[in-house]
Design a binder for this molecule. Structure first.
Ligand code: SIN
Ligand code: FE
Length: 283
């Protein structure tokens, strides 16, 4: 692997002490005591045939019960499996981060039954390239993205993890233009975005795209390979941790959102880091 290794990126946690601080510092927490076991009848969903058409993910909204991306024949069972995973994930994350109290909000749960390696996609959607998470249609307005993952497959899920966020930002911010006046209003009117795209969202998307689009950076940036064993459970702030998913099949993922104000150390939020580097408010 090219570049210097970045240590210590992965921290094994047997209990919850210090978890919030480690997450906010940009570590990937390997939650060695946790397991999410599939029930025997659920094991048949460990197949790409669970996916509808060209979908890459099956997503479940724990608030509305809405399921997307599931093959028609298995919708009922897949919804129940994802509901069970989502409830388990929310319970475990609340136990891991009691400091966040009621401020941590669950977003979508995802089941990813497609093999990552060799999958074709546009460079912008290619998660085998190092990136920080930012979504074109879902402005975060500064809110944090915290994710809990389970490897439900029989092979390791292999990530690459890159350099600290501040270094990423220092590399890519100088290449980005400021948002055009009126663009966030226009995107909202055209229904590209659900909420207003703030300057924060503009710069995070810009960093996401610039990272993925720079083949030299992908090869040369300090990085380390992180294999997650079958059954492993891990969590990290994916808006902060530079990551790429290289291979593996059958992952579950539950997304959580957190307001910056609810953090133990808000100065570590990407919003605050970018504001400090640019010298102005961004959300
Ligand atoms: C990603 O967030 O880039 C993908 C992570 C994964 O599916 O393991
Ligand atoms: Fe990602």
């Amino acid at each position: 692997m090219a570049g210097r290794a970045v240590e210590p990126l992965v921290q094994t946690m047997e209990d919850t002490a210090g978890a919030v601080a480690a997450l906010e510092e940009g570590r990937i927490l390997l939650l060695s005591r946790l397991r999410f076991e599939l029930a025997e009848p659920e094991r048949r969903y460990l197949s790409p045939a669970s996916l509808a058409g060209t979908a890459k993910n099956i997503s479940f909204d724990p608030h509305s019960g809405m399921l997307r991306g599931a093959a028609m024949a298995d919708r009922g069972g897949l919804r129940e499996m994802l509901r069970r995973f989502s409830e388990w994930g929310a319970g475990e994350m609340a136990r891991l981060c009691p400091d966040y109290g009621g401020e941590l909000r669950a977003g979508l749960a995802n089941f990813r039954p497609a093999e990552i390696a060799g999958r074709a996609s546009s460079w912008r959607k290619d998660d085998t390239r190092l990136h920080v998470d930012a979504f074109p249609s879902r402005p975060m307005q500064g809110r944090r993205i915290l994710r809990l993952f389970v490897n439900a497959g029989t092979a390791p899920r292999v990530w690459r993890a890159g350099e600290p966020f501040e270094r990423v930002a220092q590399t890519f911010l100088p290449r980005l233009r400021a948002p055009l006046a009126g663009s966030s209003w226009l995107l909202r009117c055209l229904q590209v975005t659900r909420e207003r795209r703030t300057p924060y969202d503009h710069f995070m998307l810009g960093i996401h795209d610039a990272m993925k689009g720079d083949a030299g950076y992908q090869a040369a940036a300090a990085q380390t390979e992180v294999p997650f064993a079958p059954g492993a459970v891990w969590a990290c702030y994916t808006d902060l941790v530079s990551h790429a998913a290289m291979s593996g099949q059958f992952a579950f993922e539950q997304t959580f959102y957190l307001p910056v104000s609810a953090m133990r150390d808000p100065a570590r939020a990407p919003l605050r880091v970018l504001e400090r580097l640019l010298g102005r408010p961004l959300a």
